[in-house]
Design a protein around this ligand. Structure first.
Ligand code: URA
Length: 194
């Protein structure tokens, strides 16, 4: 039987439930069309994504809208997903549940699923947003600081992979804005050659 996104999603859910028994982690699947021009891969769902069960909603959704406007792309051109499909959380000092970056173990656990998702979606190009998806897709330790705005080696990916900063990082580092804009322009120029 050939693989399908539906089958992928139900197997992924079963897998996450089996690994985190008794710990209800909401799985947030990717969204978009098979054969999309561009697959955008983020880090992991945040609070809103886990609540709504959709990637890049809430504040991250605003980042995404800004990216689309800058790139002149519509949401239909995209398939959007995350390297880790559940929200990594920690308890803050005041006892609140907050986001944390995914651990190396979580990224490694989810990598085969990400590669299977990429093979199913068959995008024309992938753009990784930040260090976590860059390292998850390429399997290498390079950082987005070194690789941003360029096509990177990704032997396990069936299409070109392009590294971008995570748009949320612009909120903390304003000086990255012109760099990010140049990188997105380079990505768009590259997409035109496909
Ligand atoms: N929301 C997501 O779905 N992914 C991110 O990387 C950040 C926020």
């Amino acid at each position: 039987m050939s693989d399908s996104l539906e089958r992928f999603q139900s197997e992924l859910l079963r897998f996450v439930r089996s690994v985190y028994v008794g710990d209800e982690r909401r799985v947030v699947y990717g969204e978009g069309a098979v054969g999309a021009l561009l697959m955008l891969i983020g880090e992991a769902p945040g609070e809103q994504e886990a609540l709504q069960g959709r990637p890049f909603v809430g504040r991250a959704g605003k980042n995404l809208e800004a990216f689309l406007a800058l790139a002149g792309l519509s949401r239909e051109a995209l398939y959007i997903t995350n390297a880790v499909k559940f929200r990594p959380t920690k308890l803050s000092a005041s006892g609140r549940v907050t986001n944390r970056p995914p651990t190396r173990e979580e990224i490694a656990l989810m990598r085969p699923w990400l590669l299977r998702e990429i093979a199913l979606v068959r995008p024309r190009c992938i753009a990784t947003l930040g260090n976590v998806p860059l390292q998850a897709v390429t399997g290498a330790r390079q950082t987005v600081g070194e690789a941003h705005g360029t096509r990177v080696e990704a032997p396990d990916a069936p299409c070109p992979v392009f590294a971008l900063y995570h748009p949320a990082s612009l909120l903390y580092r304003r000086s990255l804005t012109p760099v990010y804009e140049r990188d997105v322009a380079a990505l768009v120029a590259f997409l035109r050659t496909l």
